[in-house]
Design a protein around this ligand. Sequence first.
Ligand code: P6P
Length: 280
Amino acid sequence: MEEIVDAISRAAVRIKRAIEFGDTSYSKSLNKTGDTQLKLDIASDLIIEEEFKKTLCVKAIISEEKETAQTLNEDGKYIVGYDPLDGSSLIDVNLAVGSIFAIYEKEADAKFITAAVYVVYGPRTEMVTAIDDVKLYRLDESSNFKEIKNIKLNKKGKLNASGGTQKGWADYHKKLIDDIFADGYRLRYSGGMVPDLHQILLKGGGLFSYPSTTDAPKGKLRLLFEVFPFAFVFEKAGGKAVDGKKRLLELEVSHIHDTSPCFFGSGDEIERVLNEYAKH
Ligand code: P6P
């Protein structure tokens, strides 16, 4: 596992430089989910592939930017699902973006996830690893990630990151979100999953939601390389992660680009979600 974190650290340093000084224009190609790819999406994906190719314990990789899985080292133990540059469309307005990694043994499935790592490219470059516990690292002036602290969620938080097109929300979802704001929670939503969830983890808790909507009935966020890794991080940090009815880490995957409605948060906030959604 240390080899994988080292590979991600090397890739993160290279991707940080590509974001700061690279070509931020759009390419002519689309990814599997139909998003037009930034040249940076493609460059970041290539950087990560190159670093994992040197990491013999990585058997295969599944990238959000590619249609199918790729075998790298036949005798490897792990399969890594990753989103190389999540929220990349925010780069041209200079907002934080991130890379997300789920590490699976045997096969890419929630029941075989053994670790999760994400990197936030913001005013500072930070990395969070969830293996046995959740640790925060920060890139220092010599481009090394230094351990800062362990991350633990409080039982209840103050932030509410309410995603998804609001005109497409179910009435009961709108009631849930309005009730949370009526209790004094603060809206914190940038449109970047990584910084939005990072903020909730570091500010002690709250709720991030990307529900089923009329325009995205199965939600928008991808199971293998966005939802499962953050569900693993939140549960290891003492929080919970559900689809409205059940644990996200109990969901089955039928296609590598499957999505799901998702809620990540502190225990109290997730209980509110489950109570409201149980009525429908
Ligand atoms: P919306 C970025 O495109 C992303 O995949 C996640 O990073 C983010 O949480 C979500 O989409 C934002 O979606 O519909 O609010 O723009």
